[in-house]
Design a protein around this ligand. Structure first.
Ligand SMILES: NC(=O)C1=CN([C@@H]2O[C@H](COP(=O)(O)OP(=O)(O)OC[C@H]3O[C@@H](n4cnc5c(N)ncnc54)[C@H](OP(=O)(O)O)[C@@H]3O)[C@@H](O)[C@H]2O)C=CC1
Ligand SMILES: CCCCCCCCCCCCCCCC(=O)[C@@H](N)CO
Length: 338
């Protein structure tokens, strides 16, 4: 009995100590006066992050395709500037090739005397949900472009430059809770978001050699323009399954990510649901700033998720007939023979 108590006391004090340690050790990242480069910074959480970092005194460059949207975004950033000498810029590029990713980055370095950005945020991404049976070779490749390749090419361009110029910078990936798990309808999106995790895990370790910090954010629903867009093709059943997620505004997501970076977390999550998926899908990934919380959530989650998943599976099975009718109406299935 005593020895059990001793072990408990030892374990708890160790955990509390480690927590305390992480609270007091290390300086918090201060973006003020630093150049932050944001892909997908023209709308949604990328834009919210651009505004947040502008308010913190950073120099901010945003990159996306649509020029009109970029101008509107830049105007919002201008309105948020805190000093007259902050450099705020926008660049129009489609970032789905390495060549474009390099060109966009080089251009963004110019107003900074050719210096490399100290923080690179890879927010650009897009989901186009649908049923796997209806996807095409083209839509599946596009799915990887709009998730993995958008992130990977800019990560490669930025890290090469950071290494060459000995910049001890930060590379921040944006995955999704769908980079930890998946649900029906996300066959062209979830694989690429899982792939981003694979890349981030690799680079976190490899870049220890260059003092480049790697982070990855796993949000669930963000009520962004992109979310409105994806809902146009989202299967009704999926829309219903997603109702268990409360969702956050782009501003809340940007702040959640920012706070995670302040804690120094490698995997950043900021809601109950995403914390649960992070702590149950951890593997050998480093713990977050609060080890006790991670262990607790991991334990509770490993049980609760079994029930959640069973419930979802049940709803999917209950949808068989309706789905068969749908597939007949779209011509995937031949009309029933009478
Ligand atoms: N919304 C959600 O529910 C969730 C989103 N996420 C992820 O978070 C990130 C931000 O999402 P969200 O806030 O919804 O953002 P939005 O969909 O509102 O914005 C996406 C941004 O990326 C840009 N972009 C898209 N494709 C390209 C491209 N080929 N080249 C350059 N820029 C591009 C868009 O501009 P333009 O089209 O003009 O190029 C825009 O600036 C994405 O990676 C998304 O996958 C993760 C979980 C949930
Ligand atoms: C105890 C545990 C309970 C668990 C409940 C889990 C509920 C999960 C809801 C899933 C939400 C899906 C978000 C998709 C985000 C995304 O990446 C897309 N919107 C694409 O942009």
């Amino acid at each position: 009995m005593i020895s059990a108590l001793t072990i408990f006391a030892l374990v708890t004090s160790t955990l509390l100590l480690t927590m305390g340690w992480s609270l007091f050790s290390g300086k918090k990242w201060d973006p003020s006066g630093r150049h932050c480069y944001i892909t997908g910074g023209s709308t949604g959480m990328g834009l919210a992050l651009a505004i947040l970092l502008t308010k913190k005194g950073a120099d901010v460059s945003i990159v996306a395709r649509n020029k009109e949207q970029l101008e509107k975004a830049l105007a919002q950033m201008e309105a948020a500037r805190v000093t007259p000498n902050q450099v705020l810029r926008s660049y129009s590029f489609s970032l789905d090739t390495f060549d474009a990713a390099k060109k966009a980055l080089e251009m963004a370095c110019e107003p900074h005397g050719g210096e490399t950005p100290e923080a690179v945020f890879l927010c650009a991404g897009k989901a186009t949900p649908g049923f796997f049976v209806e996807e095409t070779e083209e839509s599946m490749k596009k799915g990887m472009d709009n998730t993995y390749w958008l992130a990977a090419w800019s990560a490669k361009a930025a890290s090469q430059r950071m290494i060459r110029t000995r910049t001890h910078g930060k590379i921040v990936f944006v995955s999704s809770v769908l980079g930890y798990m998946s649900m029906l309808g996300y066959s062209t999106y979830s694989p690429g978001k899982h792939a981003i995790r694979g890349l981030a895990e690799t680079l976190r370790q490899e870049f220890l050699m260059y003092s480049i910090d790697v982070h990855i954010y796993f949000p669930a629903t963000i009520y962004s323009p992109g979310y409105e867009e994806e809902n146009k093709t989202k299967p009704k059943l999926l829309l219903k399954l997603e109702e268990s997620d409360e969702g956050v505004t782009p501003e809340q997501a940007a702040l959640g990510l920012y706070k995670g970076l302040q804690r120094g977390d490698f995997h950043v999550t900021d809601t109950f649901i995403t914390d649960v998926f992070r702590t149950t899908a951890r593997g050998s990934t480093p713990f977050g700033g609060n080890i006790l919380k991670d262990v607790l959530y991991g334990f509770v989650g490993s049980i609760a998720l079994v029930f959640w998943r069973r419930d979802v599976d049940k709803q999917v099975v209950g949808h068989r007939e309706a789905h068969e009718e749908y597939l007949t109406s779209t011509g995937v299935l031949p009309p029933p023979s009478k």
